[in-house]
Structure formats: C-alpha cells, structure tokens
Design a protein around this ligand. Structure first.
Ligand code: HEC
Length: 92
C-alpha cells in the first residue's frame, strides 16, 4: 500500500489521473481477497481494511486536480495511521 501511496503522489502531482488509477489499483479491493487470512482478523480490522481498499478504488474518481488527489490521499493515510495505532502483528 505504501507503494501505491507513492505512485499516487507522483502521478497526482502531475495531475495524471490515468496514472493515479494504475498506481492505486494494487491497493484496491481486487488485491484484498484472501478468505483464509480474513477469517483470522477481527471485525474492526476488516472494516478499516476494506474501507481503505475501497478508498484507493474510488480515488481516481476525484479527477486530475492535484489538490483533490492530495486531499483524498490524506483521508486514506488517516486510515493507515488509525489501524497502525490500534494493531500490532505478533509472531507466535
Ligand atoms: C486494517 C489495518 C491496517 C491498515 C488499514 C493499514 N495497515 Fe499497514 N500495517 C498494519 C499492521 C498491523 C502492520 C504491522 C505493524 C507492526 O506489527 O508493527 C502494518 C505494517 C505496515 C508497513 C510495514 C510493512 C513491512 O513490511 O514491515 C507498512 C509500510 C504499512 N503497514 C503501510 C500501510 C499503508 C501505506 C497503509 C494505508 C494506505 C496501511 N499500511 C494501512 C495494519 C494496517
């Protein structure tokens, strides 16, 4: 997802919405389907994770305006930070 954030920033700075779409795709819903892993995750996690993937999918719809793309990315990274503040992975 960090890779998508970087790609969106680079493409968004140019106002290139086609490149924003390409950069956002790997962090979207299509990449989020892993039923075995999902069964292990708490409901709050799933809600936040799906919300984040959907936000990447809808980001290209803001269009080519760099400020709008940046605002969308600001909302997305708020979700990254919210989850990182709540959860840690433990190796057992
Ligand atoms: C639903 C929860 C959740 C969301 C949303 C989330 N993350 Fe994470 N992410 C985690 C957890 C948990 C870890 C592991 C953190 C730890 O144990 O220290 C992690 C780790 C990472 C790491 C370190 C990976 C590594 O290989 O060491 C990066 C980079 C990262 N997240 C980026 C992002 C970005 C960028 C976003 C938002 C676009 C995001 N994450 C959204 C849960 C989430």
């Amino acid at each position: 997802m960090l890779q998508s954030v970087q790609g969106v920033l680079v493409a968004g700075a140019r106002g290139d919405s086609a490149a924003v779409r390409i950069a956002a795709r790997p962090a979207g819903m299509a990449m989020a389907a892993d039923p075995e892993l999902e069964a292990l995750l708490p409901a709050d996690w799933m809600a936040l994770a799906l919300d984040t993937h959907r936000a990447f999918d809808s980001l290209p719809a803001v269009g080519p305006d760099a400020a709008a793309i940046l605002a969308g990315l600001g909302r997305i990274t708020g979700r990254c930070n919210a989850c990182h503040a709540m959860y840690r992975l433990e190796i057992r």
